[in-house]
Write a protein of this length. Sequence first.
Length: 345
Amino acid sequence: MKRALITGISGQDGSYLTELLLAKGYEVHGIVRRTSSFSRGRIDPFYGAKVDPSGKLVLHYGDMGDEKNLRKLLEKVRPDEVYNLASQSHVGISFEMPEYSTDVNALGTLRLLDAINDYCPEARCYQASTSELFGSADESPQTEQTRFRPNSPYAVAKLYAYWMTVNYRQTYGMYACNGILFNHESPRRGENFVTRKITQTVARIAAGEADCLYIGNMDAQRDWGYAPDFVRAMWLMLQQEKADDYVIATGELHSVREFIAKSCAYVGMRIEWSGEGMTECGIDASSGKTVVQVDPKYYRPIDIDSVLGDATKAERELGWKPEVKFDQLVEIMMEADVAATQKVQ
């Protein structure tokens, strides 16, 4: 039985990866932070509140900022595969907490790589990288060869982690991969991310529990995929003969405005847009009510207009393709949030 260690196991990607690995017969070990509340709802279906009856899922307390703790865990677990998904993952928050974001996302990765090299050098390691590395890219779409131009503390920290992963692969011969993942969403996405904020708020507006969605830059365009598709790519990267780095993306570009319109259409609202820039708003055509408004506080200090990925290499070498398209992704998220809203009522 293969043994995997997942940092960030309680997050969106960690929960889907856990689901995938358990289905493949892995023994899964996850690192969770000690908090005052038991916030592990995403992995409860596989673990229960405290105990996994199958014995295949084991949780350990730990933190990417605690080098001694990480080294003890690697020495104890000695995994065959390590998936480093832990991070301060919100770009906007990284401007407010740059030091913390750097400690977790950059130095945390270094601590983990060093512990792997010392205690289980034969383990295969996946590093969660990001399309934010490209920033305002010189070319579109972006590939593994596109120049990195990070423009947020989050992206700068992730760039450090990217190159440390490459360095440990080249210097120590570690099997270490970077997955340069473009935006990927699901019903398990955190509520402070724009896509989940949209679907949750639209569901509440439809249920009469909210009046308006307040949003930032609606012109921003992203390459949005479905999280379970993307974690499948993570696993595939660690099954190859040779370690390498891969862009994982859908190759389709959609705007925040389009995501909002599709979400509203799911609940029967047709949006008519009025104004532009900071004064733009979305009006429900049937009721005449303003249900979408721009709020400047949701703009990032530096924003990226658009990012579009080219996953040709992943398709060619991993046999990976996204299965869920944009429209279906919005429907999946809306269905879940509408159901959750109705459950609360």
